[in-house]
Write a protein that binds this ligand. Structure first.
Ligand code: F6R
Length: 267
């Protein structure tokens, strides 16, 4: 697991946007996995700015979102489809046909989940999957004790997740307690997993994910088994790690390896 520690949330967004832009420029028809939530918003603003400035085009990109509330139609203002249109898709040159978000109002849940997996497979799999992390260690809506090999399915949300997301719903408004989410097995098949987290509220979850055992108690810890997991966090989210300096040292060494200056001795 590569852990990149940036000074603040703005730098986290800029680092991740730059990484994604470079990947798209290298492979214009890439398959991008996306997340919702508060954390990626600054990153999405950076991607919109990069597209408007002509530094990247999403014309050939396909996207798959991690999850959707079960019970909300796509047009619902709290649906994740609506969130993605509002914060990203409406502002970039992507073909809407190539943007997939699980259907929260499908008549047949099992079929909708199987269809989502099949659609990902038809595109050749996900090149880069963006992830956030819940305070309880969830990725997507894979709550603690999810199977580490799970596939897209309907999940019951934990009480802490429902409480965390209540801020997005008006008092008395229907708030779903179920979600359709890619499984941990689905996420582990992405070629690169890029997890972003900012703020002290995520520090304990980050520590459990990076330093703890691989355990269904912290679903994000499954990323220790991912071949290419990159974790980009700010100082606050890194604050519970045992040895922050160690990760910073590795990052400096990685940069030296990527850009050896004249006279840099080989490692
Ligand atoms: C959203 C998702 C969730 C969030 C997580 C963090 O699509 O899959 O796992 O990434 O709940 O949410 P924020 O960023 O709001 O703290």
């Amino acid at each position: 697991m590569k852990v990149v520690i940036q000074d603040d949330a703005a730098q986290v967004a800029a680092y991740c946007a730059d990484l994604i832009v470079r990947r798209i420029v290298a492979r214009p028809a890439m398959v991008l996995g996306l997340a919702t939530g508060a954390t990626p918003l600054a990153l999405y603003r950076e991607l919109v700015a990069a597209c408007r400035a002509g530094r990247v085009s999403f014309r050939e990109v396909s996207t798959f979102n991690l999850d959707e509330y079960w019970g909300l139609p796509a047009v619902h203002p709290q649906s994740y489809r609506h969130f993605m249109d509002r914060h990203l898709f409406d502002h970039i040159d992507i073909d809407p046909v190539n943007t997939a978000v699980p259907r929260g109002d499908a008549a047949n849940a099992a079929q909708a989940c199987a269809d989502y997996e099949a659609a990902i497979a038809r595109k050749g799999g996900i090149d880069l999957q963006l992830l956030g992390i819940g305070r309880n260690g969830h990725i997507g809506f894979n709550e603690p004790f999810s199977s580490l090999r799970s596939r897209t399915r309907i999940k019951t949300l934990s009480r802490s997740t429902i409480a965390d997301n209540a801020r997005f719903f008006a008092a008395g408004e229907f708030q779903p307690h179920l979600a359709i989410t890619m499984g941990i097995g689905t996420i582990l098949e992405s070629r690169t997993a890029l997890l972003v987290a900012t703020g002290a509220a995520k520090a304990a979850a980050i520590r459990a994910m990076v330093e703890g055992p691989v355990t269904a108690s912290c679903p994000a810890s499954a990323l220790q088994l991912h071949e290419r997991a990159v974790v980009v966090i700010d100082e606050a989210a890194a604050s519970a790690l045992t040895d922050v300096e160690f990760f910073k040292h590795i990052e400096r060494e990685n940069r030296r390896l990527e850009n050896p200056g004249p006279g840099t001795p080989p490692h």
